[in-house]
Design a protein around this ligand. Sequence first.
Ligand code: ADP
Ligand code: MG
Length: 139
Amino acid sequence: MAEKTLSIIKPDGVRKNVIGDIIKRFESNGLKVAAMKMVHLSRKEAEGFYAVHSARPFFSSLTEFMSSGPVVLMVLKGEGAILKNRELMGATDPAKAAAGTIRKDHADSIEANIVHGSDGPETAVFEIGYFFSGIEIFE
Ligand code: ADP
Ligand code: MG
């Protein structure tokens, strides 16, 4: 059965006009878009999404950034989708990201790093459910 993961094109990715480039990479690498919407998160919504990072020193700056403009939310589906998406994204810090990854090619900093991807099966379930209801996800 195809695995699902949550992808976010962050406000910097939308501002840089690379939505199409990013989706192209997913579709070219065996991932299918199963749900998609564009939203401008409130500060509270960003804080709820990143609640796991609430004790980190960068939490305030991160949630301000994530609510600074619209984002593209997607459920990606495919075999090994969680890891595949993480591979395509590259390391959190673009300076450490491998050549050819989304973050290496587009990100400006460890905070403004263009994309989010779930980091494991349990996180994926929480993150998909945070933004999408069952009838919004296409099988
Ligand atoms: P990832 O997005 O690669 O899973 P984390 O879950 O560790 O990375 O962090 C969540 C997000 O918080 C990152 O994508 C990035 O936007 C931001 N972030 C992580 N580490 C830092 C840091 N040291 N300084 C500023 N922002 C950070
Ligand atoms: Mg993470």
